[in-house]
Design a protein around this ligand. Structure first.
Ligand code: FE2
Ligand code: FE2
Length: 271
């Protein structure tokens, strides 16, 4: 199975990059399944049911979320209606929605699981490692292909999760930091690992937001409106190929611009 896992979509520019870059890859057979982190798809803050439907109707197989899950009120009831949008597994059991799903893709079933980290994040979450251990101990009929989205800040916590799930999942991909890392690896047990997929949205920004506004906020320390930026719009993520047992056999980083970035902007992973 060829899987495209896409880093956090930020606002309308990120949605445009998804439509322009990811969907053609599925149509031309480069990918069988698309997993996308949508926690910033609605102007940077969460996702609405309408935006989720747009991504799913276009060709996303599963949408994952993160710490911005509850930013849009309408999403809360929707999580119990649309099972293809999942929130972190280790949110408390009182939260609506679910942390994993198995869907049918163009190349067979795919299980997608999301967890959220606790280091430099909200410490009130349940332990993501214990949640994963408990989940994998049950016989839940997972597909051979299992994609894990680990939404976390600390590189150590993310690498530890990759190692913990090596041999259990096809891939463990980090999200949340909006900065793509260069450590894409096939771990010894057959799991593709990357600390962070990066961001799908405007790169002429600070993590997708207007540069001047973010700098003003750092100077003043005051609440500041942080609009989504506009330019150097790119899709970032990873492409993963698995064998019939769901082991990763190949992977590559993806950074693809919708329009030309500035000539001196580094494009180290453009394929
Ligand atoms: Fe996040
Ligand atoms: Fe994010």
């Amino acid at each position: 199975m060829k899987i495209l896992h896409i880093g956090d979509i930020v606002g309308a520019p990120g949605r445009l990059a998804f439509h322009r870059i990811a969907i053609p890859m599925k149509k031309n057979g480069e990918v069988d399944a698309i997993v996308v982190n949508g926690e910033n798809a609605a102007a940077g803050r969460g996702i609405t049911p309408a935006i989720a439907e747009d991504l799913l109707n276009a060709g996303a197989d599963v949408i994952t979320l993160g710490d911005h899950t509850w930013d849009q009120k309408e999403l809360t009831p929707y999580l119990d209606v649309e099972s293809r949008i999942i929130r972190p597994l280790n949110f408390t059991s009182a939260c609506p929605g679910r942390g994993w799903i198995t869907v049918e893709t163009l190349a067979g079933p795919l299980t997608v699981i999301q967890a959220i980290g606790r280091v430099f994040m909200q410490p009130t979450m349940d332990c993501p490692f214990a949640a994963m251990r408990e989940l994998f101990a049950k016989d839940l009929g997972f597909a051979p292909n299992i994609v894990v989205d680990f939404h976390a800040e600390a590189t150590s916590e993310k690498i530890a999760m990759g190692r913990f799930l090596d041999g259990k999942a096809s891939s463990v991909m980090g999200t949340h930091t909006h900065v793509q890392t260069s450590d894409l690896t096939l771990l010894p047990g057959g799991t593709a690992y990357l600390t962070d997929l990066g961001m799908t949205g405007p790169k002429d920004s600070v993590l997708g937001r207007d540069v001047d506004a973010v700098i003003r906020k750092f100077f003043s320390g005051m609440p500041t409106k942080l609009d989504v930026a506009k330019d150097w719009n790119a899709l970032e993520g990873a492409w993963i190929e698995t064998d019939e047992k769901g082991r990763a056999v190949d992977a590559r980083l993806i950074r693809e611009y919708v329009e030309q970035g500035p000539p001196d902007f580094p494009v180290p992973h453009k394929q």
